[in-house]
Design a protein around this ligand. Structure first.
Ligand code: DAH
Length: 341
């Protein structure tokens, strides 16, 4: 220990540059232990004081303690600086701009057909109807025969069908088979709507190969045409507006007797006739009193019960309600069109 003050000074200078170079709290702590810990270099130097002549010992001891204190302070200062830098980094990564106003361009919304389907369901659920479903791949009995449409019937030509596989099954051409399926499982009172997809080989400005229908069926004792009329009037006014009227005209469907076509008064001219509606009335659905044979085919006794049925196309109802000139716009994914709803 010939030159303790010199060793101490060298150690002090080296320690300062090591402290300044420590890049994280762990490295700094390791450095602190290496310098000031029990087996640290400064601690060893302090121990060497004992071998100095008593005259030098006091002064060297004082100096060594001053260096120790100085290094402890330098380490603490470096630790504080590292912590400060860490926080500054966090603020940079995790900042949140509470003044930011998001643009609503990015939000999705429901398709016009989904909106109409939901609205139709809500309107009928208010008067006690529940929702029934049936398969989209049907057999000919449920899609045709049970509905009084035997092979060779002209109504089959109107519903150019997609047959599946060898030909015994087809994609349902309408939702009316759900009437039969529901009656097979339930006795009156029956009040259901059956919304769903239907398929026909058709494609132009007013026809899609896949479109939607909502079927309705009400069977109970003493159900009359006036019940049908009241129900549909309530429906049309709920969807199109309280000022609208409906009109029943003679029509023909094999599964209803009598059958009616239902039109709603034009929203622009009120029924007088204008360039938008031509004759003042817009056809919205087909309906009628359920044919006794159809009740029988569903397992219901026509001597005890009667009922009415109706079928509508929500795609067409959306066209009327939203004034759409071309039904194909409904299935083409043009967001400029879809955003309007
Ligand atoms: N199923 C018919 C069609 O697709 C629509 C229809 C008409 C359904 C009269 C009915 C009804 O329930 O009573 O053209």
């Amino acid at each position: 220990m010939a030159n303790l003050p010199e060793d101490l000074e060298r150690l002090r200078l080296a320690a300062h540059s090591q402290i300044a170079a420590a890049q994280d709290p762990t490295a700094l702590e390791q450095l602190r232990v290496a310098l000031l810990g029990k087996k640290g270099t400064l601690t060893a130097t302090l121990r060497g004081l004992g071998s100095l002549p008593p005259t030098e010992r006091a002064q060297a001891g004082e100096r060594a303690n001053a260096v120790k204190k100085e290094l402890e302070e330098a380490i603490a200062a470096r630790a504080a600086a590292l912590e400060e830098a860490r926080r500054a980094g966090l603020a940079e990564q995790e900042w949140l701009d509470i003044t930011f106003i998001p643009q609503d361009e990015g939000y999705g919304h429901l398709h016009p057909i989904t909106l109409i389907m939901r609205e139709i369901r809500a309107v009928f659920s208010h008067i006690g109807y529940t929702v029934a479903v049936g398969p989209e791949v049907e057999d000919e009995w449920h899609n045709f025969e049970a509905l009084n449409i035997p092979a060779g019937h002209p109504a089959r030509d109107d519903m150019d069908s997609f047959y599946v596989g060898s030909g015994a099954l087809l994609l349902r051409t309408h939702t009316s088979p759900v009437q039969i399926r529901y009656m097979e499982q339930h006795q009156p009172p029956i009040r259901i709507i059956a919304p769903g997809r239907v398929y026909r080989r058709d494609y132009d400005a007013t026809h899609l190969p896949q479109f939607h229908q909502v079927e309705g069926l009400c069977v109970d004792s003493d159900i009359r045409l006036s019940d049908l009329k009241g129900t549909l009037e309530y429906f049309a006014r709920s969807i199109f507006g309280a000022e609208r009227r409906i009109r029943l005209t003679g029509d023909h469907f094999p599964f209803t007797e009598p059958s009616v076509g239902v039109a709603v008064s034009c929203g622009i001219c009120g029924g007088a006739g204008c360039s938008s509606c031509k004759r003042g009335w817009l056809e919205i659905l087909g309906a009628g009193m359920v044919h006794p044979q159809v009740l029988r085919n569903g397992g219901i006794d026509p001597a005890r019960y009667s009922g009415f049925a109706f079928g509508m196309g929500p795609d067409r109802i959306a066209m009327l309600k939203y004034n759409l000139p071309d039904i194909r716009s409904i299935v083409e994914p043009d967001v400029r069109f879809l955003r309007q709803f």
